[in-house]
Design a binder for this molecule. Structure first.
Ligand SMILES: NC(=O)c1ccc[n+]([C@@H]2O[C@H](COP(=O)([O-])OP(=O)(O)OC[C@H]3O[C@@H](n4cnc5c(N)ncnc54)[C@H](O)[C@@H]3O)[C@@H](O)[C@H]2O)c1
Length: 267
């Protein structure tokens, strides 16, 4: 019998990549997405094209039009699907948008994640639960690290950060934006379900993630949006840092590969 994976935010950048990846590994795919990205960002953020692509190209894919804020709906769905693993990528993903829609942001990121955690626990405490967190949990604190200006980019002055910011970096006593604070809440809840109930949970604190399936908008998904502006010959605005590179990008395929490794051996 095929293994079953439940993926929230399945029409988004990371969710759709994980759907495709696990379908390729022979899993049965169950996706949750209600196209909330188009509510957050308007028509440019519409993810229906990606949902349709998954439905057309993955025979083992089933779509559920459920809002992760719908607590009872999520509890019933997880109990009915009985997944072998859960990957949670649905979110309100933008700092700037969060300040304009604080209730939607918190209800989606913090409460939606909590709904999924508790619904998972009620079904099983032994299935892997992968949460897409964010490096914004560190708030502004990384800006205190000394940087050097290079020709095309900024880099950390101290080699101890050569591999990035460690997970032991502080997450409090810093300004996060409302988005950052709702994601901290989710991140801590995911860790707590791991520690308190012994569930195999993990938080992935990515920085800039990119890939072919992003519905890029100015406020989120900058590489996708940059390419879109280029193709449509629209003006692209560069904000700050003299236009130099300040962040690395991780491809959604690499995120999916890591998730595969974690689910194979959560520990
Ligand atoms: N893209 C990045 O650069 C980046 C960086 C760091 C962390 N992350 C995190 O990774 C995760 C995935 O990001 P992404 O870039 O794939 O985002 P995305 O917006 O492309 O995908 C998220 C999907 O979730 C859906 N969704 C949102 N709210 C929902 C709700 N209430 N119910 C059901 N579905 C809902 C949206 O419609 C969208 O299709 C998020 O948690 C985000 O915070 C992303």
């Amino acid at each position: 019998m095929k293994k079953k994976i439940l993926i929230t935010g399945s029409s988004g950048l990371i969710g759709s990549e994980v759907c495709k990846h696990f379908a390729g590994l022979g899993w049965q795919i169950y996706g949750i997405d209600n196209n909330q990205r188009s509510v957050f960002f308007g028509a440019q953020g519409d993810t229906r094209w990606n949902q349709a692509r998954l439905q057309e190209t993955i025979p083992s894919f089933t779509h559920f039009e459920i809002d992760i804020r719908d607590r009872d709906g999520i509890i019933k769905l997880i109990a009915a699907v009985k997944p072998d693993a859960i990957v949670h990528t649905a979110a309100q993903p933008s700092h700037d948008r969060a300040a304009a829609i604080p209730f939607q942001d918190f209800d989606t990121n913090a409460v939606g994640t909590f709904n999924l955690l508790e619904a998972t626990r009620q079904y099983s405490t032994s299935i892997p639960f992968v949460h897409l967190s964010t490096n914004k949990v560190y708030g502004d604190a990384p800006n205190e690290i000394e940087m050097v200006e290079l020709e095309k980019r900024y880099d950390y002055a101290d080699v101890i950060y050569a591999h990035g910011i460690p997970e032991s970096f502080r997450i409090d006593q810093t300004k996060h934006s409302l988005f950052g604070s709702s994601k901290v809440s989710a991140d801590i809840s995911v860790q707590e379900y791991g520690r308190y109930f012994g569930m195999p949970t993990v938080c992935l604190r990515g920085g800039c993630l990119t890939g072919p399936s992003h519905s890029g908008v100015e406020l989120h998904g900058f590489l996708s949006y940059l390419i879109k502006c280029n193709l449509e010959e629209k003006e692209y605005t560069v904000f700050g840092y003299k236009g130099k590179q300040v962040r690395d990008n991780i491809h959604s395929y690499d995120v999916a590969r890591f998730i595969e490794e974690f689910i194979a051996a959560p520990g």
